[in-house]
Write a protein that binds this ligand. Sequence first.
Ligand code: NDP
Length: 375
Amino acid sequence: MSKVTRRSFVKNLGLGVGSAAILPTLVSFENSPLLGDIPYTGKKLNIALCGLGRYANILATGLQETEYCSLAGIVTGTPEKAKTWKAKYQIPEENIYNYENFDEIIKNKNIDLVYVVLPNGMHKEFTIRAAKARKHVIVEKPMANSAAECKQMIDACNKAGVQLAVGYRLHYEPHHLEIQRLGREKVFGPVRHIEATLGYNIKGMPADDWHFNKALSGGGVLMNLGVYCVQINRYVLGEEPVSVTAQFSPKTMPDLFTEVEENISWQLNFPSGAVGTSTAASNCRADRFYAAAEQGFFELSPAMGYGPFKGRTSEEEFKFPVINQQATQMDGISKVILDGNKLPSHISGEEGLKDMQIIDAIYKAAATGKKISLG
Ligand code: NDP
């Protein structure tokens, strides 16, 4: 494994927010005797996790490894979780909220940021309430149920003068920074074709889970997994799609998927002529990215899940460190806020909005069978 530690990696992220520029810097950083593993001892950003489900547990574990932020508070509708989390993470009673008294967080000077980890259909409400309480916000992906909701969230955060980030963990991950560089710098010539596929087998998930409920999820697997495929196309090419075609595939679990799609495939057309084809599936495991360029290729598999990622170019294998994606993401965001800087655009609310505009168009294309223009 490389000598690059997560600490040095995050410090490096703070130096240059343009992600395409990061990896060359990372290499020189590794060899620098001056910038070693000096622990950070300054003020930390105090984070409250809102919605203590599966992913919040992963974030809480990540927060045990962060240097620039800490788990300071929780917002939960389940009193038993409040008790367990309070004991497990030594959370002061005054930093524990439920969904009813959440707005009182405005009076709490010991919470700087609310991380919204609720079902998608609740993202808009809690982002806006957090902004009104003058807290910075990280909201999980997908940013909301629609592009229209994303706009309202961005407006609320701008009005309140707080920063809004989307929980795009892959923007802090070395394999992903490298494929961005390879694509945008045309290291193998222009990328002509991208395949990005992500799937899980949802069989066994209780039928009353919010993922099957349109109001709470906003949609099916496109919202939950497909958003990563949309993202990877955009950040590898550094372009925005101009049109989209899409198809729903037949349901293999019709009893579960009464309100939202089970599987969906789509094609994005980019101004350079590049085409991105993707499938998001709920009935099989898949996690793959492949970019074909004029003079070579690069690929990742596993590519977009929790990793560890594996990949190569047409010339060599990738050898990047395995990092805690959530810790690195939260440290990266916290460092920018603590330094008083604006969050980089690639993880901002505007980025989440762009993805949702494309997702809205993919749904429209699949429903109508027509090519939908974007922009
Ligand atoms: P879970 O169902 O595991 O957790 C959601 C939590 O929200 C619940 O445990 C509950 O917490 C709270 N909640 C409040 N109201 C409701 C309701 N009506 N129905 C269900 N839950 C409710 O979901 P996940 O943690 O898997 O997903 C949460 C968000 O995180 C989603 O937006 C998802 O897309 C995103 N996510 C992101 C991942 C990533 O890699 N970036 C990975 C997985 C998910 P409480 O009991 O505390 O009130």
